[in-house]
Write a protein that binds this ligand. Structure first.
Ligand code: ADP
Ligand code: MG
Length: 228
């Protein structure tokens, strides 16, 4: 479909421009937030309330940048062998405190701990950070996130399935889920899924989403594996 190709090209260009801008904003932001933090230490200052607000807003800018940064890497891809099991361990550890706080049980079913894919480790991590964040935000009062790993029949691909028992995704949201800045959250950026989609494409992977409102969401990823 020509229209779809055109649309995906457009998104690609928009994404690249935005990622470049994000990269340029990052350095001045570090300076601003550093000084605002210093100014905030004086609670007697007549500008105390203002600096607090500035700090809150700079944190929001930093959140937006963090969802983009992974895309602003130099064009030369440095793909190396990545042990998926190590990535999962890191991510689960990274979110452990939040899982506990939100009464989320995490189930990891990986009978293939030696699987290796070719890629950029930071980007692959970013995929799972963004997916876990969404899953956590979809779960209101406690639930389960399941991560399953299994190979394709011909062993050329590895599948990763992430299931959550969250609120689910209505079809009108699903249609637009990869659009930049599309969000249903008051504090969302609408960048998480767009970034994931870009990274997966760069890694010759696929993503499929199945969801049922009030039941949960299933996200199926696949990547080509490195044969050992
Ligand atoms: P954000 O999380 O900042 O809103 P994303 O691109 O990560 O942006 O997600 C876009 C939208 O897709 C979300 O606002 C939400 O409505 C929906 N969504 C994504 N993942 C899930 C999920 N696991 N469960 C329910 N809704 C989801
Ligand atoms: Mg998100």
């Amino acid at each position: 479909n020509e229209n779809l190709i055109l649309q995906s090209e457009k998104l690609k260009v928009v994404g690249e421009i935005a990622a470049g801008v994000a990269h340029e904003i990052r350095n001045p932001m570090t300076v601003i937030s550093g000084f605002v933090q210093m100014m905030n230490e004086d609670s007697n200052s007549p500008y105390y309330e203002h600096t607090k607000l500035i700090q809150k807003e700079t944190e929001r800018i930093e959140l937006i940048l963090s969802e983009f940064l992974v895309l602003s890497r130099p064009q030369v891809n440095q793909f190396v062998n990545i042990h998926l099991a190590k990535i999962f361990d890191d991510i689960i550890q990274f979110f452990q405190f939040e899982f506990q706080q939100k009464s989320i049980d995490i189930i990891l079913q990986n009978n293939y701990p030696d699987v290796i894919i070719l890629g950029n480790a930071n980007e692959i991590k970013q995929i799972f950070i963004n997916l876990f964040k969404n899953a956590m935000e979809a779960i209101k009062d406690g639930g389960t996130i399941t991560l399953e790993v299994f190979p394709s029949k011909d062993n050329n691909e590895i599948f990763i399935r992430l299931k959550d028992t969250g609120c689910g995704i209505p079809s009108y949201v699903l249609e637009r889920i990869f659009e930049p800045f599309y969000t249903t959250k008051t504090k969302g950026t609408g960048l998480g899924m767009m970034v994931i989609n870009k990274i997966i494409q760069d890694h010759h992977g696929t993503i499929k989403i199945k969801s049922q409102e009030e039941v949960g969401t299933e996200i199926l990823l696949s990547f080509p594996v490195v044969q050992s």
